[in-house]
Design a protein around this ligand. Structure first.
Ligand code: SF4
Ligand code: SF4
Length: 362
């Protein structure tokens, strides 16, 4: 990756059940590259009240350094700011002195740049912008893709348009890092209605390539983050960005039409981040939503039997299925997309029950 110019590594103490920083630290060490050859971004992921006290935040930071095998962090982020209301933000970063301490970390060089990742509450974002003169944000990580650009509320009522966030940051000269360029992978999956808008302009390009080109075509974007599961993804992404072809006006218009086509399917806005996992009752929550979204975006709506077959493939027994959700709602507060998870799972359960009844009645 580094040989091909991919030098930005984004992690968090919360990722991959706490294993991400340690794995990245080992991999970077083993790469043989010098520390200044790559950029490490990690986060103050103090999500639970037990992690709010400043001492706990400090412990988290020291552990990050140890796991990452480094003595400084290039880009340090307040993690998932705005996921929760202003009170939560204040408890996590203001009342406990954590933000002031981060400023001290920057002064001493233990972090090079300070930013925040944003989800949701407009008041928190406005506060961060109003206080830019005081805190001097070095960058900001936002959810941006060609659907969220102008239609974030259609995906999720709580979200703000990426265009608004990007413009607010750009006018303050705060560089933008992008998360969810593929909207949790949804924009990389083949979708006939989306392809109809884009493919005629470039028959060879994958839908993922279109989504990345959209993000990279905005001049204040400093990096585009994408979870990549297979080596092929890495190779394809390297190709897309080597060099990146800027979108033309006509292509931006086609992407806007593609966004509208995508929204026509009314899918669940799950980005497969896994923050809601593990479910104490054993459900694979993102797998349920991926299954539901796959069915919704099929060109020819499948029969009851086909849907049930897909369900059996996606969540085979004896795995815990929608019917096992107790509605305990322990997952809900963790979801940065504010999905009412138990309600959506209950809908899937009802839908599947209805299909089973239909099959039995045949
Ligand atoms: S509400 Fe359902 S899906 Fe969420 S944690 Fe509880 S049992 Fe699991
Ligand atoms: S339901 Fe929410 S928290 Fe869970 S994987 Fe999807 S987006 Fe992430």
């Amino acid at each position: 990756m580094l040989d091909n110019g991919m030098n930005y590594f984004d992690t968090s103490p919360a990722y991959c059940r706490g294993l991400s920083e340690g794995c990245l630290g080992k991999a970077l060490k083993a790469s043989g590259y010098k520390r200044e050859d790559y950029v490490i971004a990690t986060k103050l992921s103090n999500f639970s009240p037990a992690q709010y006290p400043l001492e706990k935040c400090k412990e988290m930071f020291e552990k990050s350094l140890k796991e990452l095998q480094t003595d400084y962090i290039d880009n340090y982020l307040l993690h998932s700011v705005g996921n929760g209301d202003f009170k939560t933000f204040s408890k996590r970063y203001l009342e406990n002195g954590a933000l002031d301490w981060c400023i001290e970390l920057r002064k001493t060089g233990r972090i090079k740049n300070l930013g925040f990742s944003f989800h949701g509450d407009p008041k928190v974002f406005e506060w961060c912008m109003e206080h830019h003169d005081k805190y001097k944000w070095d960058f900001c990580l936002i959810q941006m893709n060609y659907v969220d650009w102008r239609h974030a509320k259609a995906v999720n009522k709580r979200n703000l348009n990426a265009k608004y966030l990007y413009d607010e940051l750009t006018k303050r000269n705060i560089p933008v890092a992008i998360m969810e360029p593929l909207l949790g992978g949804s924009l990389a999956k083949y979708n006939y209605a989306v392809a109809k808008e884009l493919t005629p302009l470039d028959p060879e390009a994958s839908l993922a390539k279109w989504a990345f080109r959209f993000c990279g075509s905005h001049p204040n974007v400093m990096t585009v983050l994408s979870g990549m599961t297979f080596e092929e993804h890495i190779k394809e992404n390297i190709k897309t960005f080597s060099p990146l072809k800027q979108c033309s006006e006509k292509e931006f218009e086609a992407l806007e039409s593609a966004a509208k086509a995508y929204l026509g399917f009314n899918t669940i806005p799950c980005t497969h981040c896994n923050y809601c996992m593990p479910c104490p009752y054993g459900l694979d929550i993102p797998a349920h939503f991926a299954f539901r979204n796959n069915i919704l975006t099929m060109k020819d709506y499948p029969s009851a039997k086909e849907v049930l077959d897909e369900y059996n493939k996606a969540i085979p027994e004896p795995l815990r299925r929608a019917e096992h959700c107790t509605g305990c709602d322990r997952c809900v507060s963790h979801c940065p997309q504010s999905i009412n998870i138990s309600k959506e799972i209950a809908k899937i359960d009802e839908w599947i029950d209805g299909l089973i009844d239909k099959e039995i009645a045949k």
